[in-house]
Design a protein around this ligand. Sequence first.
Ligand code: GAL
Length: 451
Amino acid sequence: MPHHLDLPQGFRWGASTAAYQIEGAVDEDGRGSSVWDVFAARPGAVRDGHTGAVACDHYHRWPEDIALMQGLGLDGYRFSLAWPRIRPTGTGPVNEAGIAFYDRLVDGLLAAGITPLPTLFHWDLPQALEDGGGWLDRDTAYRFAEYAAVAADRLGDRVPAWITLNEPFVHMVYGYALGIHAPGRALMLDALPAAHHQLLGHGLAAAALRERGLQVMIANNLTPVRPATDDPADVEAATAYDALHNRLFTDPLLLGRYPDLSAFGLTEDLGGVVRPGDLKLISAPGLDGLGVNYYNPTRIAAPADPALPFTEAPIEGVPRTAFDWPVVPDGLRELLVGLRDRYGAALPPITITENGCSVADAPAADGTVDDPDRISYLAGHLDAVAAAVAEGVDVRGYYTWSLLDNFEWAEGYHQRFGLVHVDFETQVRTPKASYAWYRDLIAAHRASPGR
Ligand code: GAL
């Protein structure tokens, strides 16, 4: 019996990927170098020295991958465009061969009845721009808008809705504050300009997309923040963490102002980084959708180290993924209802743009891949989405992370998030049990939607 979900008619079903995680072909057809090529080549940066040089070889195998999507019955496919394929140095001439790849992909998706939902920036900045300061440099925001305009001019006749950025929080923290991801800078709070410049890039790119009559979304990594105890020091720390993780990237978009970051010693203009007019641009009306990427809630306690106003506390007594992330489906309901309560009428319709889990999947002797933990993760989180919808939150779609096992950033090929198993030696794709489960769930929902 397929899982029954009380979700509206027309609810959109999808799956997500990102360019550097699946494409490979890093030296083909004039693609420029990205921060991830350079970072992954650094000894010790990625587990076991893995890189995205081949990844899932999607650059060549995309027709097979579209067939897999079609087999699922997807309404939409979220992928990202590699900026260094389209404008290899970030500033110079447009690379027609790079655009041609996305042309083929978009046409292939449309022929399969699948709506393309591209993300313009999923962390693979052209290295040439990083050499000039990357997202710490205000100019990068303007270069981003130029690239967005090029992409929209070439693909906008067939692609109605666009996601500007993927997870500016994770990119700032992992890439610029802690140095765990590319570009590998460990600047701690001096990474904050990367937040504002990404948001400014969003605002400028959004204007370019809107001028061309296209819809604009952004995909944020959001987490419900729970204080470790009701001790006021833990509650205060949780408020500070919530401001950094959630509000810093959502308040400027929806409310036109930065949250109170005084716990981090920061002023409202982020130490002079915010210029007059920036927030007006970032919060320009007409954000067509907020993409929510959810994996787990966060538990926060009073600081153990005076350098930061919070400490992360473990979440005990729940199942954990292969990545050791806690599995708390109701955190997604809590997050969605919390967004509605916080932003009210300012909140645009929500699409879940990522949700999924890593499982240590391996084919059995008969070649099948049984992943009951993923099925239970997805079922629990979809129930949480339905519960939020029942509480009145406007959620329009769900894109699972991920279609394929892929290059999981600093973890290389060690964390498998796919509905489809990929053998990275042979590139053989094997749909897992969760693939069949998701396919049946989509079909059952279409046959009898809940509301
Ligand atoms: C997100 C990211 C994805 C994927 C996923 C699983 O933060 O956008 O690219 O890696 O996490 O870790």
